[in-house]
Design a binder for this molecule. Sequence first.
Ligand SMILES: Cc1cc2nc3c(=O)[nH]c(=O)nc-3n(C[C@H](O)[C@H](O)[C@H](O)COP(=O)(O)OP(=O)(O)OC[C@H]3O[C@@H](n4cnc5c(N)ncnc54)[C@H](O)[C@@H]3O)c2cc1C
Length: 450
Amino acid sequence: MKEKIDLLGAGLIGSLLAIYLRKRGLDVSIYEKRKDWRKMDSSGEGRSINMALSFRGWKALEKAGIREKVLPYTQPMYGRRIHDEHGNTFFQPYGKDNQAIYSISRNSFNKLLLDEAEAQGARLHFEHKVEHVQVGNREVRFSLPDGSAKTVRSEVLIGSDGAYSSLRNAFQSQLRFNFKQQYISHGYKELSIPPAPNGDFAMDPNALHIWPRGKFMLIALPNLDKSFTCTLFLPFEGYKVSFENIHDDQDVDQVFKTHFNDAHALMPNLLKDFRRNPTAALINTECYPWTENNALLIGDAAHAMVPFYGQGMNCGFEDCYILDGLVEKYGTFSWDLVFEKFQKGRKPDTDAICQLAMDNFVEMSDNVADPKFLIRKKIEARLHELFPKEWVPLYSMVTFSDMKYSEAYAIGKIQEKVMDQVMRDPLITQNWDRLDYEDILHQVEVAGAV
Ligand SMILES: Cc1cc2nc3c(=O)[nH]c(=O)nc-3n(C[C@H](O)[C@H](O)[C@H](O)COP(=O)(O)OP(=O)(O)OC[C@H]3O[C@@H](n4cnc5c(N)ncnc54)[C@H](O)[C@@H]3O)c2cc1C
């Protein structure tokens, strides 16, 4: 008899995990609270939220055998295009040799993964909202659209039900479960830039656009239909430019004309978008343990991070890759062993990326526009060019490699210390080209990062 596994949540992570587990021959059911959105007409939605897919995500898709299916849905972004307040733009490549991150619509991606999971034989149960989980016997009570309830007892239960996970809530009533959540001071709103009148992209289609303004910023990622999805990040309150100070269309126009004038000219639907789309909060959650009695948390349910490193989904996909490797190694005779190995090995890495994601808000919203920061990036790029194996910038370690996040974090801290020292030179702006690069590398070696 095939072993039965129940997944809660058919988001990006649950769908990919279902593909992996089906490929291992397990009997997989997914329970999802939403309607089957694949059958719904999405033309009226008007919103297309997109995500940046990078190396770790691709690697997980490749192992699941669906890389080639995903590729046509993506648009490569080779760097950041920074927009200053005067409408000038500057391009900062992400890496070398045309390294890119890839923009993909969340909806199309989730549909594709779910179709694939279903094609592999996973059973999908939509409109099943988890109301309660009894961790002791893995009994899950669902509410159905007609108001009735259904109870399922699972042999193995995995919570891929996102940042507000019901399974995690149930874990909280267990002994010695640690949980920490933090809403940051900023929220976000999705906006859009349609194609230009000639039908083409209105801006550089191969970049992630950023309008960094210190305490707030706007970003835009390209879509395949030649539009851009923009995300406005603002403090909720406490600053002149904040959500609490935007009361009407006039205020929206005023903020955009003053701070994002070049974008404003490309946003005919700004006021409508702003009124219609919700203002959403940003949360970081960390918890432990992730497993209890043959039940496991994965993806955002285990570690929801703020989006400033573009890693939440990539990290969740990497979770699936690692879990699959453990199933391959230890088999399915002892899920407790597999889950225990998973949480022990993975937790330091997800803690590291959660922290890096928090730290990166300052880099994206403020530093990228600072001339000294640009020099610093140039020095780091030169170091990487001269010593490609010995000096890899933190962004590249996180985004273009599968080095453990915790290791990237530790090396990044050493690099930061050495670079802080280098940048203390008051003449660095003139001298950066003539530095003793071997010596900088030596300092890093002495500190143990190479
Ligand atoms: C603004 C923003 C931008 C982002 N950009 C990026 C990016 O560029 N790159 C990147 O890698 N990551 C990004 N992320 C992070 C990424 O969105 C998440 O890490 C990812 O969606 C997590 O997937 P998941 O499947 O774990 O959770 P989710 O996507 O939240 O899916 C959870 C699923 O569970 C279902 N569910 C929830 N509760 C229940 C219940 N009670 N019963 C049944 N079903 C339930 C939900 O309906 C949903 O389908 C971004 C996040 C935000 C907020």
